[in-house]
Design a protein around this ligand. Structure first.
Ligand SMILES: Cc1cc2nc3c(=O)[nH]c(=O)nc-3n(C[C@H](O)[C@H](O)[C@H](O)COP(=O)(O)OP(=O)(O)OC[C@H]3O[C@@H](n4cnc5c(N)ncnc54)[C@H](O)[C@@H]3O)c2cc1C
Length: 386
């Protein structure tokens, strides 16, 4: 992935996770001279974008902003995969399951209707008939998004970086030091002391953002340990793979999952925030307690899998803002340095829309949506975006 390096760029993008990758890709496609730098490599195993798969769903409760971004992103992901020949989207559908008066799912229903997105409201008896492999317990109803599904995350993120490079962006494997100075930054420095000059700098460093700008973000991005598990179903049984099984979100239990795709197993990911995690140093082995917790849920909701073996497990991290809104803003004191991140456990799907938004702000200016601004990032977590 290394190319001959120029020394002067319009934009240096630091971080080649999904946010940096799509930002670099869009910037290059509007003619900017771009360099991408990453300490460990695009969608590496420590990065939040390094997982096997991520759900892309339209439902965001009453939050039409993210619903519209998901819709735009799905269109852009699909166009990208079609142009580049990467079959990395699985249209599995996404099923939301809800208790009686679950306000989030009720609001999702309203927003999907208002935005004009295809969906079905399913009664309890319809759920039971359609998904006999799920024991719905206290679930009263559900919403099905037929056009949504799953992105094969690591490979999709890497494909976006490859295409940005094919379109003329440079790539350098390097850790970049914390930027400092007043008004405008002329260059950043890599760990080997090399300067990289650019007109603008976009730091898309996911859970590392607090290290990149400790004076601003140390208490404003909260990296949390999130484990996920792949369970092996019975042999010759298609019940937990598409088309029988969609991606699903059990909001009341703070659990979500992905059907057995590409024969990798049935994925279950707790959405409850775990303890603080150090993305550089912490071990990524799951604990016995984490397995027991997920198995307990599995035995209730998917009884056939109650004793299914864990065939793979990973520890990743969310990079949460105080409420789950993204961070897209300039660094105070440095007009040409951008901080991009705060995906907060739901960011992957939005890479294309976010990259386009950042590209427009960097190249054309314009006000930042207040929800993305630094001023709205607090030091105490109160999650409101799910
Ligand atoms: C378990 C789990 C499940 C999730 N499920 C979903 C889902 O279903 N749907 C969804 O949409 N989202 C989901 N997400 C969220 C999504 O994966 C993240 O929000 C998204 O991947 C964040 O991408 P990023 O580019 O901001 O960060 P990252 O992918 O972490 O990328 C940051 C990059 O910056 C680089 N870097 C850091 N510091 C430096 C430096 N100083 N110099 C150079 N490079 C540096 C790193 O090496 C890394 O590659 C989930 C996340 C997790 C952990």
């Amino acid at each position: 992935m290394r190319r001959n390096m120029r020394r002067n760029y319009d934009v240096a993008v630091i971080g080649a996770g999904v946010f940096g990758a799509w930002t670099a890709y869009h910037l290059r496609n509007v003619g900017q001279r771009v360099i991408i730098l990453d300490a460990y490599g695009p969608a590496n195993s420590r990065a939040s974008s390094g997982g096997e798969s991520r759900i892309i769903r339209m439902g965001y409760g009453a939050d039409a902003l993210y619903t519209r971004w998901s819709l735009r992103s799905l269109t852009l992901w699909r166009a990208f995969f079609q142009q580049t020949g990467h079959p990395l989207f699985h249209k599995t559908g996404v099923l939301w399951i809800a208790r009686d008066e679950d306000p989030h799912t009720l609001n999702t229903l309203t927003t999907l209707t208002e935005v004009g997105l295809p969906h079905e409201k399913l009664s309890r008896s319809e759920l039971d008939a359609r998904y006999p492999q799920i024991a719905f317990g206290p679930v009263a109803w559900g919403v099905f998004e037929p056009d949504s599904g799953v992105l094969m995350a690591r490979r999709a993120g890497q494909a976006v970086v490859e295409e940005a490079i094919r379109a003329g962006a440079d790539y350098q494997p390097a850790a970049v030091a914390t930027p400092s100075g007043k008004r405008r930054l002329a260059s950043v420095t890599t760990q080997s002391g090399d300067p990289v000059s650019a007109g603008d700098f976009v730091f898309a460093c996911g859970p590392w953002l607090p290290r990149v700008s400790p004076h601003v973000l140390w208490n404003r991005i909260f990296p949390t340990r999130q484990s996920m598990f792949f369970f092996g179903g019975p042999p010759g049984d298609g019940c937990f793979a598409p088309p029988a099984m969609p991606a699903w979100i059990d909001f009341g239990e703070q659990m979500s999952g992905i059907p057995d795709l590409e024969i990798r197993g049935f994925k279950v990911a707790p959405d409850r925030h775990g303890p603080v995690l150090d993305p550089d140093q912490d071990d990524r082995a799951v604990t016995k307690e984490e397995i027991v917790g997920v198995r307990e849920f599995l035995a209730r909701r998917f009884p056939v899998l109650g004793n299914a073996p864990v065939i793979e497990a990973r520890v990743c991290q969310y990079e949460n803002t105080s409420n789950g809104d993204f961070l897209i803003d300039r660094l105070p004191d440095l007009d040409n340095v951008w901080l991009i991140g705060g995906g907060s456990g739901h960011g992957f799907k939005h890479g294309p829309a976010l990259g386009a938004y950042v590209t427009a702000r960097v190249t054309k200016g314009g006000a930042i949506e207040p929800r993305f601004g630094l001023a709205t990032k607090e030091t105490v977590q109160r999650r409101s975006v799910f």
